[in-house]
Design a protein around this ligand. Structure first.
Ligand code: PBG
Length: 334
């Protein structure tokens, strides 16, 4: 190169990108297996059942659930989140099956805890898997979701889950005051180590569609969840919601969905010092799967890039249906 063609630059940011080792040396953020929480669907059937809108994901029977947990541990994951797909005849207007100590989720929690005591178990607190109308709470004659009566049931549900072995209870219902009520009940009953991960900032999103298919709760939902889940137009309100849950005793907070709400994650992580999590929800998984099935994007690259983006935004950890696949990719890289 002729001297005259060359710029004399004191700063060339590209210097730090010239090799893989140089790029690794200066990487600001990392995705680790331990950062990931793997959501798993369980049902009472004798065999696993594929979920059409979530390619590669099934409603698991007991044996497959234990197999999945073994694989999770073997690949460096520390936590799984269990979601029950409840039999049709057990769904009622008041969702009372949620508080059945011998119910599906309670039974599965006990089973996994017995086999793998070191694996952290997350259990959702909300009534939608159990209600005939598909809402997260109790409804009145006009179909409005009732806050305070719902909180009373959620408290019983959370106690039942803690008793069955949930290390972390995760209220995903968006009722006001539920974190405080659950915390007081747990403390009074001596469950002082049970952690609360609050879905503090949960938006009324179209991206939960495949999850509702998985639970078979979508078609029964007569109306949307906009009177309790947040308006996607709001950011300041996320600070209010998170602040309340922290005051009420949440140990960790979550933002949901994930990738479209990185700005919210960033704001919360800057403002609050307790761990912030994101949920890369079912619709996000389905979008990546659909595009990669068409070979429009590289699925492995897309999942690693989106998961890393959550860390960069300020997340401590991420719930993702890709958790196991990501863990395998991370381990293969190192
Ligand atoms: C229900 C709940 C939902 C999800 C987690 N818990 C759906 C909803 O609020 O309708 C969504 C998860 C996903 O889409 O992956 N309380």
């Amino acid at each position: 190169m002729n001297h005259t063609d060359r710029l004399i630059l004191s700063k060339r940011p590209r210097r730090l990108r010239t090799s893989a080792t140089a790029r690794k040396l200066v990487a600001e953020h990392h995705l680790r297996c331990e950062d990931l929480v793997w959501p798993l669907f369980v049902h009472a059937g004798k065999q696993s059942e594929p979920i059409a809108s979530l390619p590669g994901i099934s409603r698991l029977d007991e044996k497959s659930l234990l197999g999945a947990c073994r694989e999770a541990i073997d690949n460096g994951l520390g936590a799984v989140a269990l979601f029950p797909v409840v039999d049709e005849q057990l769904r009622t207007a008041d969702g009372s099956e949620a508080t059945n100590d011998q119910g599906l989720i309670q039974t599965m929690l006990r089973l996994v805890k017995r086999h793998y005591p070191e694996l952290l178990l997350v259990a959702d607190v909300a009534l939608d898997p159990y209600t005939s109308h598909g809402h997260d709470g109790l409804i009145d004659a006009e179909g409005r979701v009732q806050n305070d009566p719902t909180v009373a049931v959620l408290v019983k549900q959370a106690m039942s889950l803690a008793d069955a072995g949930a290390d972390i209870v995760a209220p995903s219902d968006m009722m006001d005051g539920r974190v405080g009520a659950i915390r007081i009940a747990l403390e009074k009953a001596g469950y002082t180590d049970t952690k609360i991960m609050s879905y503090a900032v949960k938006y009324a999103s179209c991206l939960y569609g495949p999850f509702r298919d998985a639970l078979k709760s979508g078609e029964r939902l007569q109306s949307d969840k906009k009177t309790y889940q947040m308006n996607p137009a709001n950011a300041g309100e996320a600070i209010v919601e998170a602040g309340l849950d922290i005051e009420e005793g949440a140990d960790m907070i979550m933002v949901k969905p994930g990738i479209a709400y990185l700005d919210i994650i960033h704001r919360l992580a800057k403002r609050y010092k307790l761990p912030v999590f994101a949920y890369q929800v079912s619709g996000e998984y389905a979008m990546i799967e659909a595009a990669s099935a068409n070979r429009w994007i590289d699925g492995d690259a897309a999942l690693l890039e989106t998961l890393l983006a959550f860390k960069r935004a300020g997340c401590r950890g991420i719930f993702s249906y890709y958790a196991l696949r990501a863990a395998k990719l991370i381990r293969a890289q190192t």
